[in-house]
Ligand binder design. Sequence first.
Ligand code: FAD
Length: 496
Amino acid sequence: MSSDTEVDRDLDADVIVVGMGPVGAMTALRAAQRGLRVIAIDRSSQVYPLPRAIGMDQEIQQLFEAAGLLGSLRANSTPMRAAEFVDHDGRRVVGVDLPPGTVGALGHPFMVAFEQPPLERDLRAAVRAAGVEVRLGYELVSIEDHGGGVRAGVVSAEGTMEHTARWLIGADGAKSTVRQIRGIGRTDLGFDQRWLVVDTTLCDPDLELPAGTRQICSASRVTTFVEGHGNRRRWEFRLHPDETREEVLADPAIEALLAPFGTPAQLRVDRAAVYRFHATVANSFRDGPVFLAGDAAHQMPPFNAQGMCSGMRDAENLAWKLAAVARSAGGDRLLDTYEQERRPHAAAQVAHAVDAGRLIDAIVEEGDAGVASGYGQQPFPRLDGGALLPGHSAVGLPLPAALDDGPRDRCVVGGWTLIADRPIESPMAVWDHLGASVLVRELPQLPGPRSAGQVVIVRPDRYVAAVTDDPADAGERLATLMGAGVDRGAGLGGHR
Ligand SMILES: Cc1cc2nc3c(=O)[nH]c(=O)nc-3n(C[C@H](O)[C@H](O)[C@H](O)COP(=O)(O)OP(=O)(O)OC[C@H]3O[C@@H](n4cnc5c(N)ncnc54)[C@H](O)[C@@H]3O)c2cc1C
């Protein structure tokens, strides 16, 4: 589909979101909050009742805040106190302590442990409140291109029906039907490990357990411990090749694995499940009007707690771009930047998670010297390419919060924002076209050089798009990158 394609005005919705897991729900919410008509379907009629994701980084906490869900997040989460890799004897090889009150550059705790089911229920309630047409118990079975968009075939207890929309987002998990229907292949990074995940409730407040997250790098049993929200405590045990699922899921086996940490009276087992941790990236995140997000697009082992977080980044990146295109503040080219930006970023997260697994093995084999392997020490990825103007080290990173002035700058969250420490005098037609607002205030503390008259240009997803002393020129260049009105010449002073 190109920007010139005639879009059928009678489509049922702007966008159909397939899958109401955390990523699909956040995508639907952020799209609806930006004015899109959204239908969200899930074949399951309930929120998945058991927690899977447990760690959430500061950027995704900020997204929950932008979505109006910070209260629910805080009620269902606890800041993490530490993260470390220890050797067989429990000695820290590498790690970090996070004293109470520690916040990152975005003004939130670096990482919180959260309780997924109640937070997801609140997320779904927000999705409904935002006007999304939610259809649970509906399974997507077919997708055809139609009317400049898609026609989605859906099966439910009531029978078969079709919905039409300009776009469709497959947020339908690792086995994604959408990905299969569109024939999108995956690159496999060759990681394949089986782990037993045991969630418990701490019944004995005097039981001594590690603070935060601990990777126990022991040849006899590689184990992850995670201090969850409230009384939740999680263990993940890497299985030996000869161990079967049935064996390790038996109550005596779980009791024996937990024995070094506590007794059944101290730790009540809430659930146990065996997972196969994979590392894959879809070869494309877009096929015409169809997009992939979340586990449908990428899967990674959970060592860095980035699987869902990466999917949430997909959600926000896609939601603002679809909304911009719907109101002609971006062309089809802007939608191509979804894959240009998100695929390398997510692929880096997958690779980093695999490397964290390799760091565990290096410490098992070499103890302290394992750190010299270099595994697990890559910097957090940034956006590179896409709807950005490189040239300053802050570009491609989320805007840091003003830590000293109370509530974060909510006005920056919604749309394009130009932050300047004095009124901007250059022509603003292009920015008017993009619906930007100007914020005159002290400039945020950015990594990289600072100069008089600098203007920080922030995108609707709060990423820094440019740092410039010529905002009119930067606006025209960004509008060109986004195909925003360039073809129509709407107010883009001389840029046709
Ligand atoms: C043990 C473990 C620990 C983890 N820890 C973390 C962590 O700490 N931090 C983190 O960020 N991530 C973590 N993850 C990863 C995280 O759980 C996943 O990345 C996340 O759940 C993916 O969300 P999703 O919405 O993309 O997919 P899912 O949660 O899989 O949701 C997909 C939805 O699509 C629906 N669906 C599927 N097919 C169809 C269809 N044809 N029609 C309609 N609906 C359909 C399903 O019913 C489901 O509701 C962990 C994962 C595991 C297994």
